[in-house]
Design a protein around this ligand. Structure first.
Ligand SMILES: [Mg+2]
Ligand SMILES: [Zn+2]
Length: 193
């Protein structure tokens, strides 16, 4: 075993991650979440994140938030939603700490196109660099075909959950490796691999 650093990662071994979409996976899907009062953490998610982290996975949210480009939400409003989400997860389980939260605030109808809006892989690759992640042994849990395609393109295992859009958005034909009822059941399967 290589020597461990303070943060629990090792110099020579790559980390594994469970990437997760936010809306419809971690919190209940509402159209363009813009107020913390409208945010509900899905049952069992905090405990599932805690278990994944105890098993050594990095827990990283990768989320499209075009509400910002659409003028429905400010960047500081988005920051506040993230702060409250982290606090609620820790409230439910003190070990349910998110390693990182990455957002794409853009939308091609309102900005120039970007490389971070899923199904583009910009945010996943940014996380990979920062946390030294081995994408092939990592997972992406999402509720839409956009998540599944982003996962495939980046080389991690795409898992679909039936909460939120349940893959019925119809935007892409990419198929997930497996389908689960919710994030906690997907996490249970990941932990048995
Ligand atoms: Mg979603
Ligand atoms: Zn973007």
């Amino acid at each position: 075993m290589p020597p461990r650093e303070k943060n629990g990662t090792s110099k020579t071994r790559k980390n594994r991650a469970v990437f997760m979409d936010r809306d419809g996976v971690i919190v209940k899907e509402v159209n363009y979440l813009a107020r913390v009062e409208d945010m509900t953490v899905i049952a069992g998610v905090a405990d599932a994140i805690a278990k994944l982290r105890e098993a050594g996975f990095k827990a990283i949210i990768i989320s499209n938030q075009s509400a910002v480009a659409r003028g429905l939400l400010s960047l500081s409003g988005l920051k506040e939603i993230t702060r409250v989400l982290r606090a609620r997860l820790l409230d439910q389980n003190p070990r349910a700490r998110l390693d990182a939260v990455y957002y794409c605030p853009h939308h091609p109808d309102f900005d120039k196109s970007c490389d971070c809006r899923k199904p583009e892989t910009g945010l996943i690759l940014k996380a990979q660099k920062k946390f030294n992640i081995d994408l092939k042994s990592s997972y992406f849990v999402g509720d839409s075909s956009v998540d599944i395609l982003a996962a495939r393109r980046s080389g991690c295992v795409p898992l679909l959950v039936k909460t939120g859009k349940a893959g019925k958005d119809g935007l892409y034909l990419e198929k997930p490796r497996k389908i689960f009822k919710s994030f906690p059941t997907a996490a249970g399967w990941i932990l048995r691999q």
